[in-house]
Design a binder for this molecule. Structure first.
Ligand code: GUN
Length: 295
């Protein structure tokens, strides 16, 4: 019988990738090259602030140049677009990302379209999404790529498997579905996408050999929605009020971890699963951006 509840440890896998990145950055430094990543943060969303700071810290630890442009919540669309254009033109920064979500008054789609596709390390620009859909990827979004890297590390090949994705966001659900359905190594899956209008969702999720959950709803997936011995990937990161914690909340995923781990063969914890992978793959995409700029 397959062992239950084995941990897919994003900390271990991301540390390995970050070591490779550090070595590559040192190698390029000897050639006078320094990859750079510019991060744009608009407004005061507390989670976004944490993520952007984490990304900058990861750059510092691996030797990648970084900057954070913090813009006030009442910035105009034109001010944000102008900042993006400035960074597009700055040769020291090969990667550029605008942290999502933007304040409600701003048009996020237009901002993403303003990013130079060759600097779009998030892989969110329509050009990069189109290339992924056509199986000619340039930049692949970091979280979906991180999920593939976890599966690879633990030798869990999705080829021919039923993969069910809950969530159709541009950040995760849609690109991870495209990625896994491709004719490619560590892909070739039969992919089903579930979302808020899906009927009988449990029936569909119980058919999953690999279940990927990215809806931003705390502990949405319960044990009865999961097939025995399934692989469960939890992309959620939800703050739940908890007076017993110093900061007043705790972080939980989209999966009810303690009950689902009894049924799953492999499962990502939250935190320490997909989260650290996203950051590691962002650094890797930044190295790719620097490489692209030379050619
Ligand atoms: N918000 C949540 N995840 C991400 C991400 O990977 N990139 C950006 N730009 N914003 C995010």
């Amino acid at each position: 019988m397959t062992e239950r509840g084995q941990k897919l440890d994003g900390k271990v896998v991301s540390a390995k990738i970050r070591e490779e990145i550090t070595r590559e950055v040192h190698k390029r430094a000897k050639e006078g090259r320094k990859p750079g990543l510019a991060l744009v943060l608009v407004g005061d969303d507390p989670a976004s602030k944490v993520y952007v700071n984490m990304k900058q810290k990861a750059c510092e630890e691996t030797g990648i140049l970084s900057r954070i442009d913090r813009m006030p919540a009442d910035s105009t669309q034109e001010q944000v677009l102008q900042r993006v254009r400035e960074i597009n033109a700055d040769p020291d920064y090969h990667g550029l990302l605008v942290q999502s979500p933007l304040p409600d008054a701003l048009d996020e789609d237009e901002v993403v379209r303003a990013i130079k596709p060759e600097k779009d390390v998030d892989g969110f620009h329509p050009y990069n999404v189109g290339l992924l859909a056509l199986n000619q990827p340039l930049f692949i979004p970091c979280t979906p790529l991180g999920i593939i890297e976890i599966l690879k590390h633990y030798e869990l090949d999705p080829s021919g498997k039923n993969v069910v994705v809950i969530g159709r966001s541009h950040l995760v659900g849609m690109p991870v579905s495209l990625l896994l359905a491709r004719k490619a190594e560590w892909a070739n899956a039969t992919v089903t996408i579930c979302h808020s209008r899906t009927q009988n969702i449990g029936e569909i999720t119980r058919s999953a050999d690999i279940l990927i959950v990215a809806i931003g709803s705390a502990e949405f997936v319960t044990a009865e929605m999961v097939k025995e011995d399934a692989v469960v990937i939890d992309v959620g990161m939800n703050r739940v009020d908890d007076a017993s914690k110093k900061r007043g909340y705790r972080l939980v995923g989209d999966v009810a971890y303690s009950e689902v781990r009894e049924k799953a063969s492999w499962i990502t914890p939250v935190p320490g699963g997909v989260g650290p992978m996203t950051v590691a793959l962002l650094l890797k995409n930044t190295l790719l951006a620097e490489e692209l700029m030379r050619t």
